[in-house]
Design a protein around this ligand. Structure first.
Ligand SMILES: Cc1cc2nc3c(=O)[nH]c(=O)nc-3n(C[C@H](O)[C@H](O)[C@H](O)COP(=O)(O)OP(=O)(O)OC[C@H]3O[C@@H](n4cnc5c(N)ncnc54)[C@H](O)[C@@H]3O)c2cc1C
Length: 397
């Protein structure tokens, strides 16, 4: 059941592409998501179809083989994919961050080398900041790269790398100057090439995927670097990129926040659809539960959350596309939309009563998937820190 809310001002191109992705989600993702989720299996056939639809190259410029679309259109696509299953958008999302890093900071050679293969999905991207002891406090990472004869040697342990195994390129943030003060000035992003699917390559071990409560199918892994060798060509932005990694990654994360917000809208929207359907089918005390005011009010709040989350997400995306400063807006969109997804998932589960707790019902999966959105690309607490700090900067008296 599609619930038409928002987006009155979509362009014809945006309408066509989001309709195409919605149909893809209805036909290919939704009917199969439960099986892949229950078996924690990578959805290979769905990913192959996404390659054919060009979804790995949405934001990559046409000159490099992509569609050259803007962040706003990308966010609309991510909403539709996430409405189907957030693990499917997870396959594209780290790839999108990787391609953004290359487009914005890569050298011409790096762009020419990687972007055409990324546009087709032949190689997929991942990004890696987090470590076993560090997530929010990015400047506290311990992994290092030291200069050696002919290049660099990377050492250290990374954690929670989405698409860590199947990616062919991982954008890895490490310290190249451990004494830098402040620490961010000594951080560099390396483009680590590896064979997709190989768990052992010289200098790098990828242990078995981490077992998770939700967000299944797409793998999250550790990366253990032990003398992994790269040349200068693998520094994002070339030699000038040394010491620039923190700034580059934070820029990409701002975009990533709009991306997670769009995922939140998709999850909140799907939860609403399921609640609207079930509440009209299920009867108690002689009438559909939707007719009990307590449930009608829940539906009203859920629908309002979807609309508000979508508007915040679109605002942040459009500002970024217009080249305007959008750090506060991206943070607000991420904070609100991820909390909206979590709340709508819980309300939809409650509306399903006992069946919501059964693996026979889609909402059970969504309820396990939704909390990821509260964590990735900065937790809600970190969003509030960023929003509050930036508000005070903008409105200093
Ligand atoms: C499924 C999954 C996929 C992921 N994929 C990736 C990926 O692809 N690449 C990647 O690099 N990382 C990835 N991550 C890691 C994710 O970005 C981190 O988990 C997240 O940033 C939080 O870091 P942490 O887990 O170390 O929590 P911590 O930083 O240890 O925080 C723990 C708690 O303390 C709170 N907290 C921390 N500092 C403060 C403060 N100053 N004030 C108030 N509260 C605070 C946090 O909000 C949180 O509630 C993934 C995580 C998950 C679960």
């Amino acid at each position: 059941m599609a619930v038409a809310v928002g987006y009155q001002d979509k362009t014809d191109e945006q309408k066509a592409i989001t309709e195409m992705v919605r149909q893809f989600a209805d036909k290919e993702i939704l009917p199969n998501a439960e099986e892949y989720d229950h078996e924690d299996k990578f959805p290979e056939p769905i990913v192959e179809q996404m390659k054919e639809l060009g979804l790995f190259g949405v934001t990559i410029p046409e000159e490099h083989g992509g569609m050259g679309l803007d962040l706003t259109t990308y966010a609309m696509i991510v909403e539709e994919l996430s409405r189907g299953w957030i693990s499917i958008s997870g396959v594209v999302n780290t790839h999108f961050i990787g391609s953004y890093l290359l487009m914005k900071f890569g050298t011409d050679e790096q762009k020419e080398k990687y972007l055409p293969k990324m546009a087709t999905g032949e190689i997929r991207g991942a990004f890696s900041l987090s470590e076993p002891e560090v997530g929010s406090d990015v400047q506290g990472i311990k992994s290092t790269a030291k200069e050696v004869d002919g290049g660099w040697e990377i050492n250290g342990q990374k954690m929670w790398v989405t698409n860590g195994l199947r990616s062919g390129l991982v954008f890895v943030l490490v310290k190249t100057d451990t004494k830098a003060d402040p620490p961010y000035k000594g951080m560099t992003c390396f483009i680590c090439e590896k064979e997709p699917g190989e768990s052992e390559v010289p200098g790098l071990t990828i242990p078995p995927k981490i077992k998770k409560m939700g967000y299944k199918g797409v793998e999250s892994t550790e990366l253990i670097f032990d003398g992994f060798k790269v040349s200068d060509d693998h520094i994002l932005g070339g030699r000038d990129g040394v010491g620039e990694g923190f700034r580059q990654m934070m820029d990409a994360l701002e975009l990533g926040r709009v991306n997670v917000a769009a995922r939140g809208v998709g999850v909140a929207q799907r939860s609403l659809e399921l609640a609207l359907r079930y509440s009209q089918e299920r009867k108690t005390f002689g009438k559909p539960i939707a007719q009990h005011q307590a449930i009608t009010f829940k539906l009203a709040e859920m629908g309002t959350r979807v609309e508000a989350a979508r508007l915040l997400t679109m605002k942040a995306a459009r500002m970024k596309d217009a080249g305007e400063r959008s750090d506060i807006e991206a943070g607000m969109a991420k904070l609100f939309a991820s909390e909206a997804a979590h709340q709508n998932a819980e309300e939809a589960l409650r509306i399903h009563g006992g069946y919501g707790y059964s693996k026979e019902y889609e909402i059970e999966r969504i309820y396990r998937d939704a909390p990821l959105l509260l964590i990735g690309e900065g937790t809600s607490e970190i969003q509030k820190m960023v929003i509050g700090k930036k508000l005070l900067e903008r409105h200093k008296i």
